[in-house]
Write a new protein. Structure first.
Length: 209
């Protein structure tokens, strides 16, 4: 067997058994692994910020995977429930058939509707599964993430507050010291401003500082 035939058989099998839920679940799994990994590999980003971002990305995909599956399966069951003769024939004729008043016309309409339902069953399941997955991506998952992730991240951020660092005017580096310092230190890069008076002056003064 050649490689081409082997690949053809694999693709055919995957296509026959493939579902919309399998595709989005696979994508969500890859994103749940790769996105946090790439985020943590960013050496230019603050470590605390990287950690929070990676946790949020991982939790989002962790929530998305089961939601995709549940939404797709529920939608497929709805499609299976709609693949009934009653949805493919005239309502009055269906009522007559259900009541047992079966005439040749009623029997013909019912058999035709039954055949249509069987032929369209797979299409209904597939299309509604795709709609269910899209609905989950657009509405269900964002809503669940807002409910579950935001409070959790708030707790994490509350317990791990980053140090409030400010720029030191002497070294031009970040420091934990208060920003206000009434007595500047003299060095080669910073000189006193002689126009400011350090003494306490009360009242109004016009024409100078």
């Amino acid at each position: 067997m050649s490689i081409g035939n082997l690949l053809e058989r694999i693709c055919t099998r995957l296509g026959e058994k493939n579902k919309a839920t399998y595709v989005v679940m696979a994508i969500a799994t890859v994103k749940g692994i790769c996105r946090p990994t790439f985020t943590m590999m960013d050496k230019k980003e603050n470590p605390v910020t990287k950690k929070y971002t990676a946790i949020r990305e991982g939790l989002t995909e962790l929530i998305a995977i089961p939601v995709y599956w549940a939404s797709g399966e529920l939608a497929a069951k709805l499609g299976k429930a709609l693949a009934k003769p009653k949805y493919f024939m005239d309502k009055e004729l269906y009522k007559l058939h259900k009541a047992g008043q079966i005439t040749p016309d009623v029997e013909k309409a019912f058999n035709s509707a039954k055949k249509l339902a069987e032929n369209n069953k797979a299409k209904l399941e597939t299309n509604l599964m795709f709609i269910g997955v899209c609905t989950a991506a657009l509405f269900v998952i964002p809503a669940l993430c807002s409910v579950a992730i935001k409070p959790l991240m708030g707790v994490i951020q509350k317990n791990h507050k980053p140090e409030d660092k400010r720029l030191d005017v002497n070294t031009l580096r970040e420091t934990s010291a208060p920003l206000y310092n009434p007595y500047f230190q003299h060095n080669d890069n910073l000189k006193y401003l002689s126009s400011f008076n350090k003494t306490s002056v009360s009242g109004m003064k016009v024409g100078g500082v």
